[in-house]
Design a protein around this ligand. Structure first.
Ligand code: SF4
Ligand code: SF4
Length: 342
């Protein structure tokens, strides 16, 4: 454990960069705090409650090319002619997977416990069978320096969903504010190496103060299904911001893209998709399963809570409050799945 000054904290960022990490941390710009690559360590912001984006934007980009392939598409005088691969005969396409890991190994510096838990949730989804090789390529060798929160704002509720504690193996350094200084503890050998200390420390658990406390009924699918969210969603504009800023929302769409000028070269891309959009549950033949915003909202709640608990033994919500804070109508789902107790 070491007591460091602000300048020594910035030295740690520089040290990580010298070791080849691409260091990503909170930085304030135009009144908003965002996670950005810290090319200049002095841009690090440590006094913040929430960031507009989250680690998922670096581990699972909004749009990524999965691979390119050669199709047999040609332009004829009648228009575009594509021969799709069939189950009989040889496949007419050549597939070359493309992994695009970051320039160096990724390091998140100064993220809060809820965001570390969002990485834990994404790990459960992306690294369980079948493993997502694109996520794994970015995730490998990840370094995390977690910054404890002292107090959340009115949208935070990490304590109600166990998002406030960082389990073993999910941080390399812990940073705790102590007046004008910082108490920094090593939580992994590489964290110790950075602090030039031997061994890993068991640190005393710390929990932030909450402005509001909730008890959520997270395991009850039937209860979510039986409620009517119409009044709550009256001012919902279906902008999808709630899913874009959520650190655990990972749904995506797959598209094959090509240019009419060069239809033989196709790129397959994965693009982030929101369950709040009608197209999310539309399939061929014009069928849409989740037609109304009420149905889509209930789907989001069921995925976050009972479905995730059942599949991953962990809730898909870490209580960061981003979906409420950045919703233009401040739609707050906490009263829908539970009740306020303080
Ligand atoms: S951010 Fe708010 S307004 Fe936008 S889709 Fe979500 S709940 Fe609706
Ligand atoms: S659902 Fe809302 S509170 Fe929960 S993790 Fe996502 S953005 Fe945070």
């Amino acid at each position: 454990m070491a007591k460091l000054s602000w300048h020594e904290i910035l030295d740690l960022v520089q040290d990580l960069r010298k070791r080849g990490f691409e260091v990503v941390g909170p930085s304030s710009e135009g009144g908003v705090v965002k996670l950005v690559p810290l090319e200049d360590a002095t841009k690090l912001e440590i006094n913040y409650v929430r960031t507009l984006n989250s680690p998922k934007d670096f581990l699972l980009p909004n749009k990524e090319r999965l691979f390119r392939y050669k199709s047999t598409a040609t332009i004829t005088s009648y228009g575009l002619k594509i021969r799709f691969p069939t189950v009989e005969g040889p496949c007419p396409i050549t597939i070359v997977p493309e992994y695009s890991p970051p320039r160096g190994r990724l390091a998140f510096f100064g993220i809060h416990p809820c965001m570390v838990n969002s990485i834990r949730y994404l790990d459960k989804v992306m690294l369980s069978d079948p493993v997502d090789p694109y996520y794994r390529a970015r995730r490998e060798g990840l370094f995390i320096a977690v910054l404890e929160c002292e107090e959340g704002d009115e949208y935070c509720f990490c304590k109600s969903v166990d998002g406030d504690k960082v389990p073993k193996g999910y941080a390399d350094l812990s940073i705790r504010k102590d007046g004008d200084s910082f108490i920094v503890s090593a939580r992994s050998p590489i964290g110790g190496n950075l602090l030039t200390e031997e061994g890993v420390e068991e640190i005393e658990e710390f929990s932030p103060k909450m402005k509001e406390e909730y008890i959520l009924d997270t395991a009850n699918e039937k209860s979510i299904e039986s409620k009517d969210p119409a009044d709550l969603l009256e001012s919902c504009t279906l902008c999808s911001s709630c899913t874009v800023v959520c650190p655990t929302c990972y749904c995506s769409d797959i598209q094959d893209r090509f240019s009419l000028m060069d239809p033989g070269n196709v790129e397959r891309v994965r693009i982030r998709m929101s369950c709040q959009r009608r197209g999310y549950s539309s399939i061929a033949g014009g069928v849409t399963f989740l037609k109304t915003k009420n149905e889509r909202f209930k789907w989001r709640m069921k995925h976050k809570f009972p479905f995730s608990e059942k599949m991953y033994n962990m809730l898909g919500c870490v209580g960061c409050g981003n979906c409420i804070a950045f919703c233009p109508s401040r739609i707050d789902f906490r009263g829908f799945v539970g009740r306020r107790v303080a």
